[in-house]
Design a protein around this ligand. Structure first.
Ligand SMILES: Nc1ncnc2c1ncn2[C@@H]1O[C@H](COP(=O)(O)OP(=O)(O)OP(=O)(O)O)[C@@H](O)[C@H]1O
Ligand SMILES: [Mg+2]
Length: 641
């Protein structure tokens, strides 16, 4: 089994190398040319050294005087050869480096682009850690053998050249070469085969060690508050110890094989001297030839190692490539359509679910996927606010994902203004609908960049207008650099409510015609939440409100286009603002109506709202919300303590 597998690995490895050469043929040609030049110059140098000894040194010893002309000629020849060797090394190194790093960069880009193209369903099945290592170490591993590849190809050419020149010199010496070179080659193959699993193990442990470190640091809060420092340190130490042992195993093998690889060419030189002495006495060769061949054996030893380096990296390369290819070939893409919704109309959009069924794909393909949503039908009429209420796990976030087409239904359709969202272009969908997700995500960038996301037409005025609507203008104005303040990785320098309001402002800045809020203001003070929602509601949706309140308040500046709103909510005050409430349990819509109607007719709904309210009161007593005064930022709270 082992030999079959390693032959497979060799075959796949050569295919990966072939792909690399096809992608960068010109650079590869430059590198190989440099390498071949180097190899030929190595052979040439051996013959020049032989000539110097045979034609200059030996006669000089015999005569007691040096032939100046010949010596100068030999020196010039050696200098010329060295120069060409330098050029060869330069070409090979430069070419190999270019090729390796270009391929790495190209495939990193391809993998990350693919990540963004692949639908959320695919991401649900793949851990973030794996995605990171695919884009980083797997891409690197796939192209590792590229670095020594030109050297190895040049060495093969050099070995052929060496054998040919040996035969031209003397058949007996050629036989020595034919015995030593293949032995050297075989030793390299055995070495790399033994080395491959040890290297692979070390590589895997490296990833695990950094994974544990990453998790411990990421979960620093839990680790500290739960007093898990000792256990985490132990967990890390255990894996670090394994890595140490794996690397020592690599070193031990190196310790055994390196001397052998050094010794074999020396034995070859010895054999050449023995055989050569006999042939010299027989008059078959002269001193020049003997010295040349002996020298050739000593200078060939090092380049032959390059072949071993390529072979040693192949298994790792194949493993890395397989993982990269799995991403590049991943299916389940969600193709976009070609239709657009007239972007010129700033009117609210209508969202409708028609008998939608949905289930998350199981982690393993053979397992049956359970249905998470069934027979879901409802409409958010243009300009209206619809609240989605239901216990945890009911499927509210799933509905939000379907509404903005992060996932597609198994059956049924989701339409915006009567058009199936699957028929819309990506740009049209993105400009029409916006989701503020349950878990806010903030980029490690400035407040401005987080809100505008470099979208055209979103200048500072639009950013401030969006911040006002999200009730976030106060705290942003109080930040040390205002819009230019860096908010840190994942917004760590912000409070939970501030983060939520930034992501809300980001959605609003694009002036979506349909806004989907998935528990988007849960960490915000209830009164602020009600104010935000009241500010967002389109004038068309406020027909029941008296005209005095209908005009946009100066604080909101009228910055938002009127939008239809689907809001996942649990606070009574928030729900009460909605035109209609959809109550769901276990992926089914159980009841629809106004808040008052549902309270009166649906016992489960009344229970849930009451339970939420009690939890809310307890929370409020503990003051876990943001400061209501907009001038207080999370940063200041930190400093004041
Ligand atoms: N990525 C996923 N893979 C598999 N199952 C999932 C996934 N996300 C959610 N589910 C399942 O789908 C069901 C609905 O989840 P969903 O997140 O829509 O609930 P929710 O109503 O938003 O709950 P909450 O109020 O806690 O946010 C749950 O049973 C959940 O376990
Ligand atoms: Mg949810």
């Amino acid at each position: 089994m082992a030999s079959g597998t390693s032959r497979d690995v060799l075959g796949s490895g050569f295919r990966v190398l072939g792909r690399a050469i096809r992608e960068q043929p010109r650079i590869f040609a430059v590198a190989v040319t440099g390498s071949v030049l180097f190899g030929l110059m190595v052979i040439a140098s051996a013959y020049v050294v032989g000539t110097v000894v045979g034609k200059v040194v030996v006669p000089a010893i015999a005569r007691g005087s040096v032939a100046g002309g010949t010596l100068a000629l030999a020196a010039a020849a050696l200098f010329g050869i060295s120069l060409l060797r330098v050029v060869g090394i330069f070409g090979r190194r430069l070419g190999a480096g270019y090729m390796q790093y270009r391929l790495q960069a190209a495939y990193r880009r391809r993998v990350t682009r693919r990540y963004l193209e692949l639908p959320l369903a695919w991401h649900h099945r793949n851990a973030t850690g794996t995605l990171l290592s695919n884009a980083n170490s797997d891409v690197e591993a796939a192209w590792y053998p590229i670095a020594p590849l030109p050297f190895a190809v040049g060495t093969l050419v050099m070995l052929v050249g060496a054998v040919v020149s040996l035969f031209l010199t003397d058949w007996a010496l050629a036989l020595v070469g034919l015995a030593v070179f293949p032995a050297l080659f075989a030793l390299n193959v055995v070495y790399s085969r033994r080395m491959a699993p040890r290297q692979a193990r070390a590589q895997r442990l490296r990833a695990e060690v950094s994974g544990i470190a990453h998790e411990s640091f990421d979960g620093a809060l839990v680790v500290k508050t739960m007093g898990r420092e000792a256990q985490e340190t132990d967990r890390f130490a255990a894996r670090a110890g394994e890595l140490r042992d794996a690397l020592i195993a690599v070193g031990k093998l190196r310790g055994v094989f390196d001397p052998m690889l050094e010794t074999l060419p020396s034995l070859g030189t010895l054999a050449v001297l023995v055989v050569g002495a006999v042939r010299l006495r027989q008059g078959a060769i002269d001193v020049t030839e003997l010295v040349s061949v002996a020298f050739l054996f000593t200078v060939l030893a090092f380049p032959v190692r390059a072949i071993g380096w390529v072979l040693a990296e192949l298994p790792r390369s194949v493993a890395g490539w397989d993982r990269v290819r799995r991403v590049l070939d991943a299916t389940g893409e969600m193709p976009y359509g070609t239709r657009t919704l007239d972007p010129g109309t700033p009117t609210p959009a209508t969202l409708a679910f028609h008998d939608v069924h949905f289930g998350y794909e199981p982690a393993e393909a053979h397992l049956p996927g359970t249905e998470v949503l069934g027979e879901v039908s409802f409409t958010v009429p243009a300009g209206r606010t619809v609240a989605l209420v239901g216990p945890t796990g009911a499927g509210k976030s799933t509905i939000a994902s379907l509404a903005v087409r992060l996932v597609d239904p198994r059956a049924g359709t989701v339409t915006v203004d009567g058009v199936d969202v699957r028929e819309l272009t990506a740009a049209s969908l993105a400009s029409t609908v916006a989701l503020v997700a349950q878990v806010p995500f903030v980029f490690d960038d400035t407040v401005r960049a987080n809100i505008s996301l470099d979208r055209p037409g979103i200048g500072d005025d639009e950013v401030w207008a969006a911040l006002r609507l999200a009730e976030a203008d106060g705290f942003v104005a109080a930040l040390p650099d205002g819009l230019d303040t860096m908010v840190g990785e994942r917004g760590t320098s912000l409070s939970g409510g501030q983060r939520q309001r930034l992501t809300l402002a980001r959605a609003l800045a694009g002036r979506p015609r349909l806004l989907v809020l998935d528990d988007a203001t849960s960490a915000v003070d209830p009164r602020v939440e009600a104010a935000i929602l009241a500010g967002l509601r389109a004038p068309a949706g406020r027909t029941s409100v008296d005209p005095e309140h209908r005009s946009p308040t100066p604080g909101h500046g009228g910055g938002g286009a009127p939008a239809s709103i689907l809001v996942v909510a649990y606070r009574r005050a928030t729900i009460a603002l909605a035109d209609e409430v959809i109550y769901m349990e276990h992926g089914r819509v159980l009841a629809r109506g106004t808040h008052t109607e549902l309270l009166a007719t649906v016992p489960g709904y009344a229970d849930l709202v009451t339970a939420y309210e009690q939890a809310e009161q307890e929370r409020e007593q503990q003051h876990t919300y943001d400061e209501v005064t907009p001038l207080t930022s999370g940063l200041e709270i930190e400093v004041d303590r």
